[in-house]
Design a protein around this ligand. Structure first.
Ligand SMILES: *[C@@H]1O[C@H](CO)[C@@H](O)[C@H](O)[C@H]1NC(C)=O
Ligand SMILES: *[C@@H]1O[C@H](CO)[C@@H](O)[C@H](O)[C@H]1NC(C)=O
Ligand SMILES: *[C@@H]1O[C@H](CO)[C@@H](O)[C@H](O)[C@H]1NC(C)=O
Length: 640
């Protein structure tokens, strides 16, 4: 009792200090009058989603200004746990992870902030934003439930995150008016009410009423999505029956402001699908109707950006229906991947101007693009060559059974599984890799023999005794599932490997996370010595790389500052892999299936002088070892 009183007394001290410093800054829900109150005055937001982790930090300010110039008064962002906490106990708050800088830029551009800390965010990101190491630490973790291991990790993470966020909450003088609790939890099969209320209380223990807590859910799943004493909002795209949609919300929340927290002006795209294409006409009607009703609306996405590196996620629509998200998150949003206003942007801006005062900002011009032309690459080495292995492998583990990427402590990239083949009882025998995630390039004695892939799905193939003796399965992680039941999406060989009925054991697992550009650079600088390794592949264009992934490198010279511009790397003629430009992993490419054929290069990645390009091609010898830089993207094609 006494202790409680002391805490109350000291909180009072803090509150009154803040009060003095920040006048009457309050952001609250006025349930009786179906509205928000900002500083006691009726308020609505027209906001747009923009995820800082999907854009180069030097471009954040430009994108935020473009959003503001559309008339938006708030920016909505998820917070990606895995980006800030890539390893257990390691936290990153700089560069693209400098969330506080992003928030300060939003303030400078006169935007309020709606924060969606998850901790699960989906967002078409690897594991829905969860750090992969949770699966190493607790292989049976039940994320998004009251599992004590999960809750204790969320508590540790939220302590780190909110220590930084609390000063930016609205009532503390910052721009954050709303903080989301979980993310579309109503769609998650677990429907764990104990977890929902725990996360509400955990979030509120940091927010302390200094911003509004909210949930968002599809209109039909509020039963598991709505949390007592938290503002419920909806996620929905254009609809012919807006009143019926809001009525679903009113069943659970009879009063309060109407909010569409994810209004879809575009959509996500997976590899092999046509690029999302949502017409402007199809979205303006519902938008206008919502605004006429006094609703607050957030566009998801207003600016999509890029899944650089290995950050893209995947979906699985039932077992065997794995499909990975493309690198671009253009989303057919009102702003392009480069941040340029589109006709959709101009149409929405006109509508917004009828409901909110437009700032005196011109519509920004498109950012300069440049077609730098052709760069000739030279081959450096194959992944399996002894020198390459030494440089790029971060370790080799021997075990009776195959281990997953997670058990090996590896986020993404490739793992090579090797074992000696036993005597064949039948020739050919059937090689079966159960639980392969996601793609296995199969070799015997360094010679390619076939491809197994989860997305097809093909988990078995005939193997001939004459092929040789050392079986090698190089497994690629194409992105962890970000939505649905299968969030514990372990990568690598997750079950076992059999030759007919016979279990194969005694595996060597070599880890190639491909996350250190330094080791690639060292490898390339030594590659002149390795030129004698031979490169037959070059003479067999567009065939499978017979002796494993190959590394190519080249230089782009930029003479002067004025020549620096955004550009697109055209991967036509290449197979599947990743590209580093000046050490930045631009993301996965796979033009053979499309629809994304170019990789976006924001100008801050480039520099005056020599720019280094390194391609790690997993699959197919390029048609020619040239790369072309274009001034327009190709996001709706395929080359295979
Ligand atoms: C705070 O709000 C009260 C009541 O609405 C008002 O009288 C007072 O002037 C406000 N103070 C500031 C600093 O805005
Ligand atoms: C989207 O579809 C429309 C109509 O079908 C077409 O004219 C347009 O070119 C498409 N846009 C893209 C980016 O594919
Ligand atoms: C695995 O590694 C051990 C130790 O280096 C080696 O003796 C063995 O031959 C390797 N197995 C395969 C299949 O390469």
């Amino acid at each position: 009792m006494k202790l409680g009183l002391m805490i109350v007394a000291s909180l009072w001290g803090v509150v009154s200090l803040m009060g003095a410093a920040h006048g009457n800054r309050t952001f609250t829900v006025d349930y009786a009058n179906d509205q928000f109150l900002k500083d006691g005055v009726s308020f609505r937001f027209i906001a747009g989603s923009f995820h800082y982790f999907r854009a180069h930090p030097d471009t954040w300010q430009r994108h935020l200004r473009t959003m503001r110039a559309a008339g938006l008064n708030a920016v909505t962002t998820y917070v990606e746990w895995s980006m800030h906490n890539p390893r257990d106990g390691t936290y990153v708050w700089t560069g693209i992870a400098n969330l506080e800088h992003f928030i300060r830029l939003a303030v400078a551009e006169d935007l309020l902030v709606i924060l969606r800390p998850g901790p699960y965010i989906c967002a078409e990101r690897d594991m829905g934003g969860f750090p992969y190491w949770l699966l190493k630490k607790y292989p049976n973790i039940q994320v998004r439930t009251a599992d004590v291991n999960y809750l204790s990790e969320v508590r540790i993470w939220y302590n780190q995150l909110f220590t930084r966020m609390v000063p930016y909450l609205y009532a503390n003088g910052g721009p954050i008016i709303m903080v989301q609790v979980e993310n579309e939890y109503g769609s998650y099969f677990a429907c764990d009410s104990k977890y929902r209320t725990w996360l509400r209380d955990e979030t509120e223990s940091h927010v302390k009423g200094h911003a509004v807590l909210f949930t968002n859910d599809g209109p039909s799943v509020l039963r598991c999505g709505k949390i007592d004493n938290v503002l419920a909002t909806l996620d929905f795209g254009a609809t012919n029956d807006l009143d019926a949609t809001w009525a679903r919300l009113r069943q659970y929340q009879p009063n309060g402001p109407l909010v569409n927290a994810e209004y879809y002006p575009g959509w996500l795209t997976h590899w092999t699908e046509p690029m999302a294409n949502v017409s402007t006409n199809s979205i303006t009607g519902t938008f206008i109707n919502m605004l006429d009703q006094g609703a607050s609306v957030n566009f998801y996405m207003f600016y999509g950006g890029t899944n650089f590196g290995f950050t893209a996620g995947a979906n699985e629509n039932g077992p065997g229906n794995y499909i990975a998200d493309i690198t671009s998150y253009d989303y057919d949003a009102p702003m392009t991947e480069a941040g340029d206003p589109t006709p959709k942007y101009l149409a929405l801006r006109k509508i917004i101007a009828r409901y909110l005062p437009l700032p005196s900002l011109p519509v920004p011009e498109p950012v300069p693009k440049r077609a730098y032309g052709t760069v000739r690459l030279v081959s450096c080495c194959t992944l399996f060559a002894t020198g390459t292995r030494k440089k790029l492998a971060t370790g080799m583990v021997q075990a009776a059974k195959p281990k997953t990427f997670e058990a090996l402590g590896q986020y993404s990239g490739l793992v090579l599984y090797e074992t000696w083949l036993p005597r064949f009882k039948r020739d050919p025998s059937i090689l079966n890799v159960a639980g392969l995630a996601d793609r296995g390039y199969v070799y015997v004695d360094n010679e390619y023999v076939g491809l197994l892939a989860r997305e097809t799905p093909v988990f078995s193939m005939p193997l001939s005794a004459s092929a040789g003796r050392r079986l090698q399965i190089l497994v690629e992680n194409q992105g962890r599932i970000n939505f649905g039941r299968q969030l514990n999406d372990f990568k690598g060989i997750t079950k076992d490997v059999r030759l007919d009925k016979q279990l194969l054991t005694n595996w060597n697992m070599t880890t190639f996370p491909l996350d250190s550009f330094e080791s690639l650079e060292e490898l390339i600088s030594q590659s002149n010595e390795a030129a004698s390794m031979g490169f037959q592949e070059l003479r067999k264009p567009q065939h499978m790389l017979r002796s494993g992934p190959a590394i190519y490198h080249g230089m782009l010279d930029i003479i002067q500052e004025a020549d620096l511009a955004d550009t697109y790397l055209d991967m036509s003629g290449w197979g599947k892999g990743i590209v580093f430009l000046n050490g930045e992993n631009l993301g996965r490419y796979w033009p053979l299936v499309g629809p994304q054929v170019t990789l976006y290069v924001p100008s801050p990645v480039l520099k005056v002088g020599t720019n280094s390009i390194v391609v790690v091609e997993y699959q197919q010898a390029p048609a020619s070892t040239e790369l072309h830089f274009r001034d327009t993207p190709i996001l709706n094609a395929r080359t295979g």
